[in-house]
Structures are given as C-alpha cells and as structure tokens.
Design a protein around this ligand. Sequence first.
Ligand code: PYR
Length: 309
Amino acid sequence: MRKKISIIGAGFVGSTTAHWLAAKELGDIVLLDIVEGVPQGKALDLYEASPIEGFDVRVTGTNNYADTANSDVIVVTSGAPRKPGMSREDLIKVNADITRACISQAAPLSPNAVIIMVNNPLDAMTYLAAEVSGFPKERVIGQAGVLDAARYRTFIAMEAGVSVEDVQAMLMGGHGDEMVPLPRFSTISGIPVSEFIAPDRLAQIVERTRKGGGEIVNLLKTGSAYYAPAAATAQMVEAVLKDKKRVMPVAAYLTGQYGLNDIYFGVPVILGAGGVEKILELPLNEEEMALLNASAKAVRATLDTLKSL
Ligand code: PYR
C-alpha cells in the first residue's frame, strides 16, 4: 500500500513541498488549507503534471481534515510568513493559534504519524505541536537544520568553487539568527573546509548563513523562502518513509543532551521510520558550546512568550 503524506497549509511552502514529494514518488499526497479552492486547484494542477513527469502518486486537495486520516507523515506549513523587518519570533501569536487548530484536528486522525513542523518560530511551534498532539516526542520534529545547513553548504560551495554535492556541513541550534553553523564539523569530500576557505571568509559565510532566511525575505519583500524550505522538508519526509536512518540536524526534544532540558532545539539525529531514533552528541569545544547556549537562550525566551500567551 502507498504511504500517505498530508500537508497542512497550501501556501508556497506547502505546495512546493507537495511538488518535491510527488517528483520523488514518496506517497499519495493530501494538501489541506482553510481557503476553499486553493488546495483543490493546486493539487489538481500538480496531479495533472504526473503523466508528463511520470509519477504515480495521487495528489488531492481538501478543506476537510477527515481526508488526512491515517497519514504516515503530517507536514505543517500553515501560518503567516515574515515580512521585511520582522523576526521569526514576531509571528508567535498568530502562528501559535494556527498550530493549535491544525494539530488538534489532524493528530487524532493519524495517531501513528510522524509530525514535521515547518512554521515559525520553528522551535516553539514544534514544542507546541508536541504538547497539543500528545504524541511521543520522537514523532514530532521540526524542519530547520536541513534548510539552514543547505544554505551554509551552498555558500561554502560558492566560495570554494566546488560542487554542492561534495559539501557536507553540520549546523546546530534554534532556527533563528543565533543558529550555530559548525566549521569544525564541515567538510568538502571529507577534507576539512578550512583547507579550502580562509578563516575570515568562513566567518562571513557563517554570518550569512545565520541571516539566510532574512536575506530571502528582504529580496522577496512579500513573504519568505519556499524552494529550499520545501526541499529540506521533503528530504526529512523521505528519511522517515524509507526508514533511511539519515544523519541530519532537526529540531528534536532534548532531555539533558548538550545540558538542555524540555526544549525543542536543532541537533544532529538519526532520522528513520520512528522519527528521531537517536540524538547524536557531538564533542563541542568551549566556544561552540557558548554559541549553542546563546541560541538556546533565544529559543527559551520564545518558549516563555509562548507559555505566557
Ligand atoms: C527561512 O527561510 O529560514 C524560514 O524560516 C522561512
């Protein structure tokens, strides 16, 4: 039987995620939105591309949560995107209400699903989704590290003049401007990135990565990024549905790892059919730990705001 993936939110990120998932033939896709006609229209349009692209998956659009029942993966993209001048944290009130509504309706219908959160502020919305769904924490995760690491990898490849395929990079922390790209854990085909890029240029790349989401917002002016966020989400869905045991950074629930408790935070994990199957603890040095703690402090402040709403 085909796998079933429901995407809640048929905006740019949701519909582009559907596109990547369909192209990868990962399963039947249900695109849900509260706006009437939009998920139906986008789903039908994408389905009509299938004879040309040759993907045998069913794509349907709906306004009715009943159509998402028995999903293997639920992706939540619903929410307001940021505009120039806004931080991801500025979205908390409106997106918390939306997240509560989406999860309380979708989770009971798919009790065995893995939930992948994509809306912002990402780490706080993932925490909220875990709370509202009541799912085991390893089956509620947030997409951010794959996207942020992809930006970092792109900038490294541009600077070094090498294929993006050969750049592997780790990045940890919250999905905010305090995120922590880790040059010491970044290589070009196994060769330390420091062999290719001078320290001052690498520092600039780290800084550009941290502000990578904002760079796109400032260019688009009317919304935020969607191609790379959607591709990152699709890669996580694939890791779960194919039980690939991929090693990637995701927002995972911490119970003491890196000295942090009761927080969703970007860390490297093994991602498979069970969601987060293992959290990997890297031997960070003092400087890296200090940066990580600064990022955790920022996520904690957003969580405090969430809890006070
Ligand atoms: C980003 O592009 O980083 C978002 O959070 C949407």
